[in-house]
Design a protein around this ligand. Structure first.
Ligand code: IMP
Ligand code: MG
Length: 184
């Protein structure tokens, strides 16, 4: 079983995540009142955030998922993106909200936004729990942001390092010694 490594430190605690998630859900519900947006979760990291977000949402919505892979090391994406699983429904004419766990270089979301924008949709917004803004290589227009965080590798609340630590209820920083010591 994965447990938290000793040197990990808390960046955002469980309560802060819950408070901010609720605020975002209320904001989205107000913005989309009377419409039925499709929340598009990016597998797998966003599932934890998405499931909390929709619990607090008061506007009607649908949920669908996309899975992409971006080749590279476990802490950095390579820039080569491939779609592994597409949406199940036709989304033409719909309002889409991409729900993501973290935006780093922006390469994944840049790819997904271009892909979705070509489907004759009505509107597209992005909602991310975390934004590592300093690392951006591609510009992405992010509408709903939980927390802007510094350039550090984080795990927990759905975010993984080589599939580990998603289960942590808080967002924790992995120090470089952890990244070296924990085998992939
Ligand atoms: P981007 O294409 O560089 O923006 O990468 C975004 C994806 O990289 C996220 O959806 C995560 O899967 C992963 N990622 C980026 N930074 C972190 C991090 O600090 N911890 C865990 N995963 C991360
Ligand atoms: Mg992800």
């Amino acid at each position: 079983m994965s447990t938290r490594a000793n040197s990990m430190r808390t960046l955002i605690n469980t309560e802060s995540i819950a408070i901010r998630t609720r605020q975002l859900a209320e904001e989205i519900s107000r913005d989309y009142e009377g419409r039925v947006p499709v929340l598009v979760g990016l597998l797998k990291g966003s599932v934890y955030f998405l499931s909390d977000l929709i619990r607090y949402m008061s506007c009607e919505h649908e949920v669908d998922f996309i899975s992409i892979s971006s080749y590279g090391s476990s802490t950095e994406s390579s820039g080569i993106v491939r779609m592994l699983k597409d949406l199940e429904r036709d989304v033409s004419g719909r309002d889409l909200i991409i729900v993501e766990d973290i935006i780093d270089s922006g390469i994944s979301l840049d790819y997904i936004c271009r892909n979705l924008a070509s489907r004759n949709i009505r509107s597209l917004r992005i909602c991310t729990l975390l934004d590592k803004r300093d690392r951006r290589e591609r510009e992405v227009d992010v509408h709903y942001v939980g927390f802007i965080i510094p350039n550090e590798f984080v795990v927990g609340f759905g975010l993984d390092f080589a599939e580990r630590f998603r289960h942590l209820s808080e967002i924790a920083v992995m120090e470089s010694e952890d990244l070296e010591n924990i085998s992939e």
